[in-house]
Design a binder for this molecule. Structure first.
Ligand SMILES: [Zn+2]
Length: 306
């Protein structure tokens, strides 16, 4: 029996989960992400893998889901929020330590793959996965395969920038413009994320509260909050509308903390048509089936169906 290890490599924790060929989760373990040295980071990943090897008496296949990607041309990891491993040859180094091939993909690509392969979604051949988490990320799966692009950057939708309609909606010169971790400004990552939702509320409504409280106020029909949420849905529509025009997916699946805000699934399909071409169809839009497990599940799937 073959075992598939999916590692969700995050800025604060690393989770390893073990799956069988049917992608059923058998085991998982998580450790904090070492922050001091690359050597510690490699050791943490190695220890998780060896502990799973011992437990299952095997050498499992290793897939990593990264908050970024490994540049295929240079072999260097581009993962700015994991400083100790950013710019390092992580796949070569891990593979040398663990004596087997190690594969990696962007975590949102892994998420999209995990959802696209679920039996409930197999009728959809083109799947766009979008993560509304700490940041805004995306992945595109076409006929069961991740589209990762030339260097591995495809799907980094968080670094698309606010467009004409978005700036108009936010009030032109009064629009809050946020700096992005990538070094640029006005990236969608800082708007269409849980963090962006909170920053926009602070700057448009004038009160700094967390996303949970905003959502509670919305359901209580708090007037300013209802109007804020409508603006946020419009902002999603003008931005995600462009993705639909470019990709024409059968399904969009949302993951991440903010994807639990159920009003999105009611309001977004209605807000999209003005931002699409006349004959375009709004795709099926739904919440992730596998929730937080999607990252490890999709990473484990990197060795299935070669
Ligand atoms: Zn950016």
């Amino acid at each position: 029996m073959a075992y598939y290890y999916g590692l969700d490599i995050g800025g604060t924790k690393i989770e390893l989960a073990v799956f069988n060929e049917q992608l059923e989760k058998l085991y998982s373990e998580r450790v904090p992400t070492p922050q001091t040295s690359y050597e510690d980071w490699l050791y943490a990943v190695e220890t998780l893998v060896r502990s799973a090897d011992t437990k299952f008496n095997t050498k499992g296949n290793i897939g990593l889901g990264l908050p970024g990607f490994v540049n295929r041309e240079t072999g260097l990891a581009e993962i700015t929020n994991i400083r100790v491993a950013d710019g390092k040859t992580i796949l070569n180094d891990l593979s040398a330590r663990l004596g087997r091939e190690v594969r990696a993909e962007n975590d949102a690509n892994c998420f999209a793959l995990s959802e696209a392969w679920d039996e409930n979604n197999q009728q959809y051949s083109t799947v766009l996965g979008l993560i509304l988490g700490t940041g805004f990320g995306g992945g595109f799966v076409f006929n069961g395969k991740i589209h990762s692009g030339r260097i591995g950057m495809a799907g980094e939708v968080g670094h698309l920038q606010l467009n004409y309609h978005a700036l108009k909606l936010l009030g032109w010169d009064n629009a809050p413009i946020y700096e992005c971790g990538c070094g640029n400004k006005a990236c969608l990552d800082t708007y269409l994320s849980g963090r962006g939702f909170e920053m926009l509320y602070r700057d448009l409504v004038g009160e700094a509260i967390d996303a949970k409280t905003i959502i509670t106020r919305f359901y209580q029909q708090h007037e300013k909050t209802v109007s804020f949420v409508e603006t946020f849905i419009q902002l999603m529509a003008v931005s995600i509308g462009n993705l639909i025009t470019a990709l024409d997916p059968d399904m969009i699946v949302f993951g991440g903390g903010l994807s639990n805000f159920d009003y999105i699934y009611e309001a977004l399909p209605k807000a999209l048509p003005p931002h699409l071409m006349r004959s375009a169809k709004v795709p099926v839009i739904k919440k992730a089936i596998h929730g937080d497990a999607g990252g490890t599940r999709g990473a484990a799937a990197l060795f299935l169906r070669d």
